[in-house]
Design a binder for this molecule. Structure first.
Ligand code: GLU
Length: 475
């Protein structure tokens, strides 16, 4: 059997980690098994549609490298891949269901409906449409009356690749709307038609659809078609771990992370790890490793907590593994403007010094600016350093003057710089936490920087001496 999966987002604007993770699982499954991964846009609820969402979805998938074989911008043998362009197809299927005696026009007015709801509540019973089926439903007029499925309630048991064996009693089943009065199908109907027509073999989607699955199974049966295999990942939970992740938890749109310089492979690693591991404690996976070792059956049943700190850590780890030439390519749009005056070789050397500390590429300017320009003296750097602020200005000046003397006669090779710094420790009788912090502040105006000698070598003699002199003058 040919394995085909799909990502079927509704164009409602925001694409968060949870929905992209479903897309990732579907993509991994298809790519592992030599199958196809399809993008289908589910735009049948016009009131929820947000302009530009489709482009946004496509950009996200492209940026993450989740390539799809068929889709609205790609075409394919089972198109169109936007539900709003498939209305005729749903109407044909609806007419077929009417012929089978399994769908009826719903004439209930909102007032009648409210009354039935009240009655059910009074009797402490759940409201079910199927208890109010009209004996003689009117003829269905497309795009005038809703069309409802005529269910045949029964118990169901089914298997889910992740959630295991599931079941539901007949009372979970009700008559649901297939086509709304505006002529658009509901999700409940359209996805079944499309998954069948597009020959989707595996449906990977969120937990919110499990409760409706008995209804879907009833419809598959009415249509006499086989249902695809279901795989339902657990929800992605907010940082507190007790409810579903939402915008309010500070979870950004996936594109925001890309814009901040999170690497696609790190994002993919992170999302795959929400609910999945390979059975060992290994946390870092390249895309190739994921393709080799990921298995949908190993996705856990309980919710996975979204922890942005872990994402940041993971991204830093992926950045550290990048060959410097690749990091240079990725860093291109993140450099501070001042870097433009320096050649690629110099920028690469800067990168190799800060690669260790870089957690995401938007940090590049703040971590590298001093390699490109002399920064204004920031007195707080000394004031806020407990050890340095305990010394008086004369002492600080004297330490810097001795440094100036030593470095003035250095050839600024790495080995000589290391030698000079050691000599200075002996001469001044100060610990590195004092002396090196002071030199670091004077030459970079930053609290932290790479190895001091490395930084000094790269900044170069002329600028180092100038910056130390300026610091002395400021004291
Ligand atoms: N359009 C549905 C949603 O965005 C997709 C559900 C599915 O994958 O079937 O929630």
């Amino acid at each position: 059997m040919n394995l085909r999966t799909r990502f079927a987002p509704s164009p409602t604007g925001y694409l968060h980690v949870g929905s992209i993770r479903t897309a990732l699982f579907a993509w991994l499954l298809a790519r592992q098994k030599g199958g196809q991964f399809i993008l289908r846009i589910e735009d049948t609820d016009k009131s929820r549609e947000v302009q530009g969402s489709i482009e946004h979805i496509i950009t996200c998938l492209n940026e993450l490298g989740l390539d799809y074989d068929e889709g609205p911008d790609k075409g394919g043998p089972y198109g169109p891949y936007r539900q709003s362009e498939r209305l005729d197809i749903y109407r044909d299927w609806a007419l077929a269901l009417i012929k089978l005696g399994r769908a009826y026009a719903d004439p209930l007015s909102p007032e009648q409906l409210a009354e039935y709801h009240d009655q059910a509540a009074k009797n402490h019973q759940p409201f079910l449409y199927r208890n109010h089926r009209p004996d003689h439903p009117p003829a269905w007029v497309y795009a005038k009356l809703p069309l409802r499925f005529k269910s045949e309630p029964k118990d169901y048991a089914w298997h889910d690749m992740i959630m295991g064996d599931l079941s539901a009693k007949a009372d979970a089943i009700d008559d649901f709307v297939l086509i709304k009065s505006d002529g658009y199908p509901t999700y409940n109907f359209a996805h079944i038609v499309d998954d069948y027509e597009m020959q989707i073999s595996h449906v990977i989607r969120g937990q919110e659809f499990i409760a409706s699955t008995p209804n879907y199974l009833n419809l598959y049966e009415a249509l006499n078609i086989e249902h695809p295999t279901f795989a339902t990942p657990p929800p992605v939970l907010g940082p507190s771990g007790n409810k579903k992740l939402s915008k309010r938890d500070g979870a950004k749109d996936i594109l925001n992370y890309i814009e901040e310089g999170f690497l696609p492979d790190a994002l993919i690693n992170f999302m795959a790890s929400l609910g999945w591991n390979d059975g060992t404690t290994k946390e870092l996976f390249s895309r190739e490793e994921l393709l080799k070792t990921f298995s949908i059956e190993r996705v856990g049943k309980s919710g996975a907590r979204f922890d942005e700190k872990r994402l940041i850590w993971m991204n830093g780890a992926h950045i550290r593994q990048l060959p410097i030439e690749e990091l240079e390519l990725r860093a291109e749009r993140f450099w501070p403007p001042e870097a433009a005056k320096f050649d690629a070789d110099y920028r690469c050397r800067v990168l190799s010094l800060i690669q260790e500390r870089l957690k995401y590429l938007a940090e590049l300017p703040s971590l590298s600016l001093y390699f490109f320009v002399d920064l204004p003296i920031d007195p707080d750097l000394i004031n806020n350093n407990a050890k340095l602020s305990a010394l008086n200005h004369e002492t600080l000046k004297s330490l810097l003057k001795q440094t100036l003397e030593q470095l003035d006669s250095s050839d600024f090779s790495l080995s000589d710089l290391n030698l000079r710094l050691n000599t200075l420790l002996q001469l001044t009788n100060q610990p590195p936490a004092v002396l090196f912090s002071l030199i670091r502040i004077a030459t970079t105006q930053a609290v932290a920087s790479p190895q001091l000698a490395d930084s000094l070598e790269l900044i170069g003699k002329e600028r180092v001496l100038r910056r130390i002199t300026q610091q002395i003058e400021s004291l």
